[in-house]
Design a protein around this ligand. Structure first.
Ligand code: NAP
Length: 486
C-alpha cells in the first residue's frame, strides 16, 4: 500500500529548546522523516534556539548525531540528511533575557510564510517566551505556538498558564501537545467508532459491561526522577494521556471531524465524570528487582517518597450513554510488559441456548495502541470436532502492520504528525484550554485527598502488574484486569 503524502506549505519553525532531549529524540528526527517522505517543502526553515554557544555547523552536527541515534530506520540516504540539515539553523537566545531576540525578529521578518514556535523548554519558561514573542513583534495573528506537557500541575497553575498565554495569543493559535493524540491507533479509535455502522449502536451501557484502559511501561523513572517525584503517575499520565483516551472512547459522535466539534464532545465527557471514591483508587510504588533495578525510592533519591509510580482507578461517567458502565484506568512503571491497550468488554448474551456447560462467553474488543498496533475482536464460536456444543473464543485479529503492509504500520510517529498538523493549522488533535482545566478539576481532588490523608502508595514488585489491591479492586466489582501482554 502506498501512502499519500501531501506537502505542507512553506514554513519557519523555531524550536525553543532546540538542543534539548525532546528536540533531539523526537522533534528533529520526526521532521527529518517528514522531509524524507517529501512532506517538508524545500524552502522551509527550522531554527533551533537555546542558550548554548553553538554555530550552525556545530548544531547541524549535533542533530546529525541525534538522527543517527534516534531516527530509527531511514529509507533515506546521506544526501537527504545533508539536504535536510541545510534547512536547519541555530540561534543563541535566552528566554529569560534579551539576548538573541532582535536577531530572531530579523530572521522571521522576511517573506510571508507560516510561522510556528515550539516551546520545547521547561514549562517555567512558557510565559516568558510568549511575552517576548509579543514584545518583539512576532505574535501576529498567523503565528502558532506549540506548548509541551506538563500543562500546569493543578487547576490553578493550568488556569494561570492559560491566562498568560491568552494575553499574547488567541486560543486558535495555541497548540497544546498530548503526543498520545498523534498516535495512529488513537485516531483510528475515531475511525472505528464513527466510520463503521457495526459498533456505534452497541456503544453504550446497554451492551458494554465495562471498559479498561491500560498504559503499562516496563521502564522505571530513569533520569526523570527529580521531575517525576513531584508529579507522579496521576499528573504524568492519567490527567492527560489516559483522560484523552477515555474521552475518545466515551464521547458522543461529533457533528464533524473538525477541531471544535471534536473538542466540545471530549469536554462533555470530562465534565460528566463523577468524583472518584477513594475506595476505587489504588496507588503503588515499585520495589527493587534482583539487584538489577533500583526501587522507586532509590531511583528518585527520596527514601520516604509518597509519590505513586502506579495508579488504578474506577471512573464513572454520569450521562445517558454510560450510566452503569464503569471505566477502569490503570497505568504504571516497571510493569510486566510495555503495552497500551483499550479493552471494551461486552455484556453476556441475555440467554444461553447452549446450556450451562457451554460456559459464559463475552465479546471483547481490544484496541492496541502499542506495540503491535491493531484491533482484535473476540468472537465466540463452536469448538471444532465432535462432542456437542462446546464454545470457545477466537480472535478476529487485525494487526495494522499485517493488514495494511509496512506502509500501514505506524510509520508516522506521533510527533511528526502533530507538527505537520501545526503547520496545516489543524487543532483537532491538540488539547483546548478548557479541556485541560476540566481534566485538572477532576484529578485535583483525588491528589489532594492523598495528601490530606497522608496516604502511602502500596509497594509492588517490579515486573508485576501493580499492587495486589489493584486486582482486589476489580474483584470486588466481580471483574478481572486483562493480562498486560507485550
Ligand atoms: P531538556 O533536555 O532539559 O532541554 C531543555 C532545553 O531548553 C535545552 O535545549 C536548553 O538549552 C533550553 N533552555 C533552558 N533554559 C533556556 C533559556 N533560558 N533560554 C533558552 N533556552 C533554554 O528538556 P526536554 O526533555 O527536552 O523537555 C522540554 C519540554 O518538553 C519540557 O517542557 C518537558 O516537560 C517536555 N517533554 C519532554 C519529553 C521528553 O521526552 N524529553 C516528553 C514529554 C514532554 P540550553 O541549556 O542550551 O539553553
Amino acid at each position: 500500500m502506498v501512502s499519500r503524502v501531501i506537502p505542507v506549505e512553506v514554513f519557519d519553525l523555531v524550536i525553543f529548546g532546540g538542543t534539548g532531549d525532546l528536540a533531539r529524540r523526537k522533534i528533529l528526527p520526526g521532521l527529518f522523516r517528514r522531509f524524507c517522505a517529501g512532506q517538508m517543502p524545500s524552502g522551509a526553515r527550522i531554527i533551533g534556539a537555546a542558550r548554548s554557544d553553538l554555530d550552525d555547523a556545530a548544531y547541524r552536527d549535533m542533530i546529525r548525531d541525534a538522527i543517527a541515534e534516534f531516527g530509527g530506520e531511514q529509507a533515506c540516504d546521506d544526501a537527504h540528511l545533508s539536504a535536510f540539515l541545510e534547512q536547519l539553523d541555530y540561534l543563541k537566545i535566552d528566554a529569560r533575557g534579551e539576548e538573541g531576540w532582535a536577531r530572531l525578529r530579523e530572521i522571521m521578518s522576511g517573506e510571508d510564510r507560516i510561522e510556528a514556535y515550539y516551546f520545547s523548554v521547561s514549562p517555567a519558561l512558557f510565559g516568558e517566551i510568549a511575552e517576548r514573542l509579543k514584545k518583539w513583534g512576532m505574535a501576529d495573528a498567523d503565528a502558532r505556538i506549540v506548548v509541551e506537557k506538563p500543562f500546569g500541575r493543578n487547576l490553578e497553575t493550568a488556569r494561570d498558564l492559560n491566562r498568560t498565554l491568552a494575553t499574547y495569543f488567541d486560543e486558535g493559535q495555541i497548540y497544546r501537545i498530548d503526543h498520545y493524540l498523534g498516535k495512529e491507533t488513537v485516531q483510528n479509535l475515531m475511525a472505528v467508532r464513527f466510520g463503521n455502522m457495526l459498533f456505534e449502536p452497541l456503544w453504550n451501557s446497554q451492551y458494554i459491561d465495562h471498559i479498561q484502559i491500560t498504559v503499562a511501561e516496563t521502564v522505571g523513572v530513569g533520569d526523570r526522577g527529580e521531575y517525576y517525584d513531584k508529579a507522579g503517575a496521576m499528573r504524568d499520565m492519567v490527567q492527560n494521556h489516559l483522560m484523552q483516551l477515555l474521552c475518545l472512547i466515551a464521547m458522543e459522535p461529533p457533528a464533524r471531524f473538525d477541531p471544535d466539534a471534536v473538542r466540545d464532545e471530549k469536554l462533555k465527557v470530562i465534565r460528566a465524570l463523577d468524583p472518584v471514591d477513594p475506595h476505587h483508587i489504588v496507588r503503588g510504588q515499585y520495589l527493587a528487582r534482583d539487584g538489577t533495578h533500583p526501587s522507586y525510592r532509590d531511583a528518585v533519591g527520596e527514601p520516604r517518597s509518597h509519590t505513586e509510580s502506579f495508579v488504578a482507578l474506577r471512573a464513572r461517567i454520569s450521562n445517558w450513554r454510560w450510566a452503569g458502565t464503569p471505566f477502569y484506568l490503570r497505568t504504571g512503571k516497571r510493569m510486566s510488559a510495555r503495552s497500551s491497550e483499550i479493552t471494551v468488554v461486552f455484556k453476556d448474551t441475555p440467554h444461553s441456548i447452549f446450556g450451562a456447560e457451554a460456559g459464559n462467553h463475552r465479546n471483547v474488543l481490544s484496541i492496541r495502541l502499542q506495540p503491535n498496533e491493531g484491533i482484535t475482536l473476540g468472537v465466540t464460536i463452536k469448538e471444532p470436532g465432535p462432542g456437542g456444543m462446546r464454545l470457545i473464543d477466537v480472535p478476529l485479529d487485525m494487526t495494522f502492520a499485517d493488514a495494511l503492509g509496512e506502509d500501514g504500520a505506524d510509520q508516522v510517529d506521533a510527533y511528526e504528525r502533530l507538527i505537520m498538523d501545526v503547520i496545516r493549522g489543524n487543532q483537532t488533535l491538540f488539547m483546548r484550554g478548557d479541556e485541560v482545566e476540566a481534566a485538572w478539576a477532576w484529578t485535583d481532588p483525588i491528589i489532594e485527598g492523598w495528601v490530606t490523608r497522608n496516604e502511602v502508595p502500596k509497594p509492588y514488585e517490579s515486573g508485576s502488574d501493580g499492587p495486589i489491591d489493584s486486582g482486589n479492586m476489580m474483584r470486588r466489582d466481580g471483574r478481572e484486569w486483562r493480562k498486560v501482554s507485550p
